[in-house]
Design a protein around this ligand. Structure first.
Ligand code: WT7
Length: 641
């Protein structure tokens, strides 16, 4: 079978085949497009109730052989990775497949020299520099499990993630450049390590030269049980030959944390075989990558988008993938467009929040640059509003580039619902159709599948797909409860969705306690826990509210022990505490001090009301008969106006 759809009919054929016989479909694709050291015994073994999913069981492979080695005979000299630094005056790096192989092998040997073995967890807390890509791939090379923590997270968040996975090694940098700021990553990391006992070794890459020898020794003294090493020194000493370690298709490849509806983030576990197969399949089909294209996904490798569509998907397809260290607003709002011109980017994949921010800037920032290299545009992370879609289409795509709106999640590993660039029709604000292999459906309140279109309901998936997460690290029951218990026999996404008469999906947003802020998935409970640390806070309720650029922003309703003397100061302290405990991305945009929060008789805060108030809707709260203290609602509305 031809697995890359080039026409709408191809798509339909692939989709039908994938539903009629999913296992044969994926087996044939897997067999004909990848190198396996040993073939699988069984394509799929699954049980929804137990959340048991195993793809290609018994197969042996190494994903880096498929992402790197196999390209060497033909593409050794082709650029695999373009590194564009934060500072436009610093030279970009073009890293060929041959050099990537060498650097990944050296990094893999470096890790081996630190005692890292198959199955060990390695925490990676790095800015968007090439060493991040090398570290991730080096773990995969030796069968170690990488856990990348976004370099914007706080010491506390880093420590929680290291401890949850009992990581053995932490790879960090002295600092990270982002716009005109330098994040003191080494300081944050060493602060985190004071709470961690599993780490045996800290490895530091020099990027900003912001750590003096004195600091280095000082921190080492505070952490006597941990060995500190410089990346550069160990890297230089490592051999460039490291044979891949064969892992089972179902061995874990990585852990990546995502917010949950309790305070504790969930360590989503992804495995090797199915993840490789599906990220490659979706990358090729959705973006319609052609040999020679320069592809740029602006995400950070600290998120799933970076894992799947900066590294594994593009590299397994032998693509040229661009990695950008900086931010869209530095040195000015033209930076993305300048990078597109400079590297002649053909495929550009970004988030609606970035588009909305750039849309606010003067159009001359766009018009200054030659964007004629662009063929395809993409968005991910949240629903895109029609204005942003039209601006992107007109000013960036010049009405001449298909836009793929890709819906997926950390948990799904790869793109689930999207148009295929130039192949299947696009509809502004619709993710459109499920990819082959994805049996998406809408369920009503009673958990019944809605077959009559158009419809609105909860988005679920009713058959396993190869790149789905396999468990939550250390807590399989939570995995079962979160995704497979609400509706028996289905994976529940947590998203609400509409479907038009043709079966096109339009995601409407989360229906649970998760708020997507600037494309980042934040758990309200985690933010509430951080706010509640303040000595004067009794309790808090965090909800999302619509925001012109971020999509959603955080609104915190708090009740205090004593009436605060200085509300502005209290708000500042709360913001600082959230920033410190979680990271600046979780800081509330609004903090409102309330005498009391609306509660049901069973003591649950009625967030539904607060969500309305936060959105500026001050009437029609629906049924509030179960409220214990309805009088506080008028008070809160007054405070919100
Ligand atoms: C949530 C998952 C996977 C990429 C980054 C986010 C929302 C994602 C879209 C889209 C509407 C989208 C959903 C989803 N989302 N893409 N194209 N249209 N909503 O991963 O942090 O795991 O968040 O992002 O609400 O559930 P994540």
């Amino acid at each position: 079978m031809k697995f890359i759809a080039k026409t709408q009919e191809d798509y339909q054929k692939l989709y039908n085949a994938s539903v009629q016989n999913p296992q044969d479909f994926w087996a044939e694709f897997a067999e004909t497009n990848f190198i396996w050291q040993r073939k699988w015994d069984k394509v799929l073994d699954y049980n929804f109730e137990k959340a048991h999913f195993r793809w290609f069981e018994g197969a042996k492979l190494n994903i880096t052989q498929n992402c790197i080695d196999r390209h060497l005979p033909e593409k050794a000299a082709q650029t695999a990775l373009i590194f564009e630094p934060n500072d436009p005056n610093e030279e970009a790096q073009h890293i060929s497949y041959a050099t990537l192989a060498e650097n990944v092998n050296k990094t893999a040997n470096l890790l081996k020299n630190l005692g890292v073995q198959k199955g060990d967890r390695v925490c990676i807390y790095l800015p968007m520099i090439p060493e991040l890509a090398y570290s991730v791939l080096a773990c995969a090379r030796i069968g170690a499990v990488h856990s990348v923590v976004f370099a914007g997270f706080s010491a506390q968040s880093l420590a929680d993630r290291i401890n949850d996975a009992s990581c053995k090694v932490l790879i960090t940098a002295d600092g990270g450049f982002r716009g005109n700021k330098t994040t003191p990553l080494f300081d944050i990391a060493t602060q985190a390590l004071q709470q961690c006992t599993s780490i045996e070794h800290l490895l530091m890459v020099k990027r900003c030269n912001n750590v003096s020898e004195n600091d280095w020794h000082k921190h080492q003294q505070v952490l006597p049980a941990i060995k500190f090493s410089f990346w550069e020194k160990m890297f230089a000493a490592a051999s460039a030959h490291c044979p891949p370690v064969w892992v089972d298709a179902e061995d874990p490849l990585f852990i990546l944390y995502t917010s949950g509806s309790t305070g504790k983030p969930k360590g989503m576990v992804h495995t090797s075989g199915g993840y490789m197969v599906y990220t490659n399949f979706t990358f090729c089909n959705v973006f319609q990558y052609q040999a020679g294209d320069v592809y740029w996904c602006t995400a950070d490798i600290g998120w799933i988008t970076g894992h799947s569509y900066i590294l594994y998907g593009p590299l397994s397809a032998g693509a040229t993938t661009l990695m950008f260290e900086g931010v869209p607003s530095y040195p000015d709002m033209g930076r993305f467009w300048q990078v597109i011109e400079k590297h002649k980017v053909n495929i550009f994949y970004t988030a609606p929040t970035a588009i909305r921010a750039l849309e606010q800037a003067d159009i001359s920032f766009v018009e200054k640059y030659d964007l004629r290299s662009l063929k395809t545009l993409g968005t991910v992370g949240e629903p895109i509003n029609v204005e942003a879609w039209e601006w992107y289409n007109k000013y960036i795509g010049k009405n001449n580039c298909p836009i793929v709106d890709t819906w997926w999640q950390t948990e799904t590993g790869g793109i689930m619902i999207s148009n295929l660039a130039g192949v299947t029709p696009q509809i502004p604000t619709f993710a459109t159709l499920p990819l082959p292999g994805v049996q998406a459906c809408l369920l009503d309140e009673n958990g019944k599948e809605i077959s009559h279109l158009p419809a609105e309901g909860k988005l679920c998936i009713k058959y396993p797909w190869p790149s789905m997460a396999r468990t939550i690290y250390g807590n399989h029951q939570r995995f079962v409860d979160t995704y497979f218990s609400a509706f028996k026999g289905y994976y529940f996404t947590g998203d609400g969705c509409r479907c038009d008469v043709q079966g096109n999906f339009r995601i409407t947003g989360r229906v649970d306690d998760i708020v997507i802020v600037s494309g980042h998935n934040l758990g309200t409970a985690e933010i509430e826990n951080a706010i509640n640390q303040h000595p004067n806070i009794i309790e808090s309720a965090v909800v999302g509210f619509p925001h012109a650029i971020k999509g959603n922003a955080i609104y915190a309703f708090v009740s205090c022990l004593h009436k605060p003397e200085n509300e502005a100061l209290l708000q500042k302290e709360i913001a600082a505490s959230v920033s410190e405990l979680i990271g600046p991305i979780a800081k509330p945009d609004k903090i409102q001090v309330c005498y009391a929060l609306p509660k049901t008789r069973s003591g649950k805060i009625m967030r539904r009301i607060l969500r309305k108030i936060a959105a500026g809707e001050f009437d029609s709260f629906g049924d509030i008969s179960t409220l214990l203290n309805p009088e506080c609602v008028a008070e809160i509305i007054k405070g919100a106006k």
